[in-house]
Design a protein around this ligand. Structure first.
Ligand code: ADP
Length: 254
C-alpha cells in the first residue's frame, strides 16, 4: 500500500529532518576498514551506510578481458537485502546493473589505469542501509577505497545528489525526498579539475532550476571532498604513528 504523501517543506522553510534547502546531511567516513581488501572505506551519509572495497591491480580474470594498454576497471554496486524496508532480492537487479556501470564510468575518469596494463581493478560497493542518494555516497566511498589501495588517481571523486521538493531545489535528498520529490539530479565531481564525472536526471527541471541545482551540488561535492581528504589523512597519520611506536619499542628492546 502506498504511504500518504506528506509536505516535504514546512511553514518555517525547513525540511522533514529539520535541514535548510542547501544543507547536507551529517557525513562520516573511515578509510581502511577491511583487512583483506587492498583498499576500503566506510561512509555514513545521512542514514546511508555503505562499505566500499577495492582489489587490485591484479591479474585480469578471465584473461581475455585484459587490455594491452591499461587496467580494466570493474565495479559492482549492490544493495544488501536488508538495506531497505521493502522485500529485496539478493540477486542483482536491472537498477543495480545500471548503477554499477555509471559508477564505474564516474570513477574510471579519475584512475591512471595506463600505469597497470593487463590487470584489473575491482571495485565493490555494498549498500548496508539505503537512504536516498546511495549511488553518490557509494562513489564517494569507492573513490576513497581506490586511494586507500594505493592506486594512482588524478584526484578523488565526490558525489552528492540534488532534488526538487514541493517546487523548490534542495540539496542531498533523503529517502522520502527522493521518492516523493519531483526531480533528482545525482552528481559526481572532481574538485581540482572541475570535471563532472556523473550527471543524471530523473524528473524534469527548468533550465534555471537545473543551473541552480548544479551549482549547489558542485559546492556540496567540494565540501564532501574536504571530508574525504581528512579521512585519508587520519588513516595515514595513525599508520605513521603506529610504525614510529613499533620502531621505538624495537630500538628500546635492542
Ligand atoms: P539513489 O539511492 O542513488 O538515490 P534511486 O534514486 O534509484 O538511487 O533510489 C532511491 C531510493 O529508493 C533508494 O535509496 C532506496 O531507499 C530505494 N530503493 C531503491 N531500490 C530499491 C529496492 N529494490 N527496494 C526498495 N527500495 C529501493
Amino acid at each position: 500500500m502506498n504511504k500518504p504523501e506528506i509536505k516535504l517543506i514546512g511553514e518555517n522553510g525547513l525540511r522533514t529532518d529539520g535541514r535548510r534547502l542547501d544543507e547536507l546531511r551529517p557525513i562520516k567516513m573511515e578509510v581502511g576498514v577491511l583487512d583483506k581488501a587492498d583498499g576500503s572505506a566506510y561512509i555514513e551519509h545521512g542514514k546511508n551506510r555503505i562499505i566500499a572495497a577495492v582489489y587490485g591491480p591484479r591479474e585480469a580474470h578471465p584473461k581475455h578481458i585484459a587490455l594491452a594498454d591499461r587496467a580494466v576497471i570493474k565495479c559492482r554496486y549492490h544493495m544488501a537485502p536488508f538495506s531497505v524496508e521493502e522485500r529485496k532480492s539478493p540477486a542483482p537487479s536491472r537498477r543495480e546493473l545500471e548503477l554499477s556501470k555509471v559508477i564505474r564510468e564516474s570513477l574510471e575518469t579519475s584512475v591512471m589505469s595506463e600505469v597497470y596494463p593487463r590487470t584489473s581493478i575491482d571495485i565493490f560497493i555494498e549498500i548496508l542501509q539505503s537512504d536516498g542518494g546511495s549511488r553518490c555516497a557509494g562513489i564517494t566511498a569507492a573513490s576513497l577505497a581506490l586511494a586507500d589501495a594505493g592506486i594512482p588517481l588524478k584526484e578523488i571523486v565526490a558525489g552528492c545528489a540534488v532534488c526538487k521538493i514541493d517546487g523548490k531545489i534542495a540539496l542531498d535528498p533523503s529517502d522520502i525526498e527522493d521518492k516523493q520529490g519531483d526531480a533528482d539530479l545525482p552528481i559526481a565531481y572532481m574538485s581540482k579539475s572541475g570535471l563532472i564525472t556523473l550527471l543524471q536526471m530523473d524528473g524534469s527541471l527548468t533550465e534555471d532550476e537545473f543551473n541552480q541545482g548544479l551549482d549547489i551540488g558542485i559546492a556540496a561535492c567540494k565540501k564532501i571532498n574536504e571530508i574525504q581528504i581528512e579521512a585519508l589523512k587520519r588513516k595515514y597519520i595513525s599508520v605513521k604513528e603506529q610504525a614510529e611506536e613499533r620502531h621505538e619499542s624495537q630500538e628500546a628492546a635492542a
